[in-house]
Design a protein around this ligand. Structure first.
Ligand code: ADP
Length: 309
């Protein structure tokens, strides 16, 4: 049975422009291509979890502006409930300005989280019942951290399993980590949070121990095209990624975390859930964009059947 899950996190509109070269300060460059799309780690993960078959409560905060429509339309398109959105009457919906050099693929990104960094106690109180009623709550570090701390506290106090995707990196308290069911840093974040550079099983074990010492129950470190390190119930292993031709790895971590959430909500063990999430991420990196590249459940099942061990 698929249990209810909550994804609590950011929404920003990605505003992407391609240019012959990245402008230096004061310079204006005529770009060649522009695309606008729904983004933000929380939102991407919510879409990935929903499209892969999860019963998702998506909680984020928007402004009262045309940018909010981008979120609403994206949710409408995939049939994700809009009942758990907050609004800020004064602060604009979050945006990410992304400049991509069309020759080198180097980028420059400015994120203005806007409304989704203004989540209040009252906002959270209005969705407390949903949080308590979930089997898992998935958090990232892109909204105001006091809101994350509050949601984590409510969840932990009510026996709801908390998954913390530690992206993008920012310092977090031990109290926030304590009692979390799972943390899911990538290699870089794992090093930033533990001080241990992660590059193989042995170093991952050392980093995992730092998380265990802080009271985290399970540790999963994503390793890009190498796959994912999982340490759970005294067993530690690297589960390899699927070999695919990646064309855009932006949002791979979001795809992975969303897929992981769905699989766990269906009662899959962490190991099997990680394989499912690897499949979802492998499908997403073969397409351009973030939310549009999240695969459907049918696509994931077909991919897994094709790649049966
Ligand atoms: P992030 O995007 O947060 O930096 P990673 O780069 O570690 O996260 O990628 C997350 C997951 O996406 C990996 O664990 C893997 O399952 C999948 N993935 C990433 N890059 C590739 C790739 N080139 N081929 C196949 N799977 C990939």
């Amino acid at each position: 049975m698929t249990k209810k899950v909550t994804v609590f996190g950011s929404f920003v509109v990605d505003l992407m422009g391609r240019t012959p070269h990245l402008p230096v300060p004061g310079e204006t460059v005529k770009g060649s291509f522009f695309k606008q799309g729904a983004g933000g780690k929380g939102f991407n993960q919510g879409i990935a979890a929903h499209k892969s078959g999860g019963n998702v409560v998506m909680i984020t905060k928007l402004g009262r502006d045309s940018m909010a429509e981008v979120a609403l339309n994206a949710m409408e398109e995939v049939g994700l409930s809009k009942d758990y959105l907050f609004y800020n009457d004064e602060v604009a919906t979050g945006i990410a300005l992304i400049l991509v050099d069309e020759n080198t693929s180097q980028n420059e990104i400015v994120i203005v989280p806007g409304a989704c960094s203004t989540i209040t106690e009252e906002d959270i109180a209005s969705v407390e019942a949903q949080i308590k009623d979930s089997a898992y709550v998935l958090l990232q570090l892109e909204v105001n951290q006091d809101a994350n701390e509050r949601v984590a506290k409510i969840a932990k106090e009510n026996g709801v399993r908390v998954i913390i995707n530690t992206a993008p990196y920012q310092p977090i308290t031990d109290d926030f980590l304590k009692g979390a069911y799972l943390v899911t840093p990538n290699e870089v974040e794992a090093e930033e949070l533990t001080g241990v550079p992660v590059n193989d099983l042995e170093s991952a074990n050392k980093a995992a121990q730092v998380f265990f010492d802080k009271g985290v129950q399970n540790v999963l470190i994503t390793l890009g095209s190498r796959g994912v390190y999982v340490n759970s119930n005294g067993r530690a292993e690297i589960i390899p990624a699927f070999h695919v031709k990646a064309i855009d790895t932006t949002g791979a971590g979001d795809a992975f975390n969303g897929g992981l959430l769905t699989a766990l909500s269906e009662g899959k063990e962490l190991w099997e859930a990680a394989r499912f999430a690897n499949a979802l991420a492998a499908l997403s990196v073969q397409k351009l964009g973030t939310t549009p590249s999240m695969p459907t459940r049918a696509e994931i099942d077909a991919f897994l059947a094709e790649h049966a061990e």
